[in-house]
Every structure is written in structure tokens, then in C-alpha cells.
Ligand binder design. Sequence first.
Ligand code: ADP
Ligand code: MG
Length: 257
Amino acid sequence: MTEVSVTKDATPPAGDALVALSRVNKHFGALHVLQDIDLTIARGEVVVVIGPSGSGKSTLCRTINRLETVDSGDITIDGKPLPQEGKELARLRADVGMVFQSFNLFAHKTVLENVTLGQVKVRKADKKAAEDKARALLDRVGVAAQADKYPAQLSGGQQQRVAIARALAMDPKVMLFDEPTSALDPEMINEVLEVMQQLARDGMTMVVVTHEMGFARSAANRVVFMADGRIVEEAVPDQFFSNPRSDRAKDFLSKIL
Ligand code: ADP
Ligand code: MG
């Protein structure tokens, strides 16, 4: 685990911001789902987002790769505002890899095809090179032997590891994980968390929404606690778990730990 210096609010150095949200607001009808969100994620940083159900964690992730638009505020990746449409948007989605609770693999493509397709279509990679890279990534996440199978023939843990490989194949600048282990049988959770741990150690910039507090403690540089559409508290994991400041966080932790 990388040691980070403990600053008062655990804010990373502004100069190295890879993802920056500034005063971001979003409504779903009358529901103010994101309220004045300010969040800066440094290159190489691992941020774990936790909070009660309905607090806006998924919406926050989805705004970062523009699966959701925002009503106001600014979001930049590597200093550039999010593109609105077309090829630029496709490239953004490749730059910002996303792994969902529900795997979302292409059911009618093999594992190898799942990890090859985006490289060819979006990154314009040569097919052979894309396949070689896909096989190397499948090996890295421990599912090389499944390359020619279809997703339904794999366990949930294997499918999720393929989903991670598929996102990595695009050489993302940042990876977003939205409760990647919540749909898994308990015995498969660790095999996915271990892949994520390794990714964190390798220096990937990651935003991880999870209820796996062990992962948060060991992999996160910073924990962001959300409630009712707001960032209520952020701190390094040790500080957050041993000494949460807000009543909302204390209440949340008392229920899950
Ligand atoms: P979390 O991931 O923290 O559980 P979400 O971001 O999924 O929270 O949702 C936050 C709130 O926004 C919830 O009340 C949810 O019902 C609502 N919400 C999410 N997506 C939509 C949508 N597409 N339309 C309307 N309401 C939504
Ligand atoms: Mg969610």
C-alpha cells in the first residue's frame, strides 16, 4: 500500500489533477441527486466512495464518463472538459473505463472478442495486435483459459474480471468501479478485489464505489463519504474508519462494520 501524507482534508495536490469536478449539480426531476460536488482525483490516486443507498454514488460515477449529463458545474479529465458527442465522446468512454455491478459483457461475443472489439473500433488497433493484447490482459486477470468461451459459460467472478480486462484494453486514464462485487457470490468477491488491488498497486487512477471496507482500508488513498447527494466527509482510510467526524458517517459505519 502506498503511504500518503495525511493532510487535514486529504485533498490531493491540485497540480496533478486527472479528474476534477467543480460545483457539479444534477437533478432527476425534483430530486437534487448531486449537490455542489467538488472532487479532485490525482493521477495514480485510488478513491473509494461509500455511503448509503440512494446517496448519488452511481450518478457521480456516471457523470464522470458522461453516461449522465449535469445541470451545472464543470468536469474535466486531464484538464479538458468532457466532450459532448460523437467520436470525442467514444474516446472519452475509452479513457474513462467503467466496470458495473452487472458485468455488461457482450453476450453474443466470446471473451476474446469482448476484449478485442473496442480496441479495433475506438482505438483503431490492428486486429492481431488487439488480440495479442487481449490475451495478455486476460492472463493478467487470470482468465486466459476462458478466451474462446461466451460470457454465460463463465462464473460471475470470471465475467467481472473479463469486464476489467475489457476496460483496461482501451488504456484508460482512470477506471471507475461501481459496486463491482455486489452481484457476486461471496466466494468470488476476493478474486475480483485482488485484481483491483493489483491494479491499484500498478498505479492506476481509480474511483471505486464499494461496500468492501477491507478493500477501502488497504487500497484507498482516500475515502469519500456521500449522503443525500453531497460529499459529507473525505479522509484517508485510517482516519475515516477510526475517527469519522460527521454524524452521518458515524451512523453509516455503525451499521456496516
Ligand atoms: P447510489 O448509487 O448511491 O445508491 P444513485 O446515484 O443510484 O445512488 O441514485 C441516487 C438517487 O437518484 C436515488 O434516489 C435514485 O432513485 C435516483 N435516480 C438514479 N438514477 C435515476 C434516474 N435515471 N431517474 C430518476 N431518478 C434516478
Ligand atoms: Mg449505486
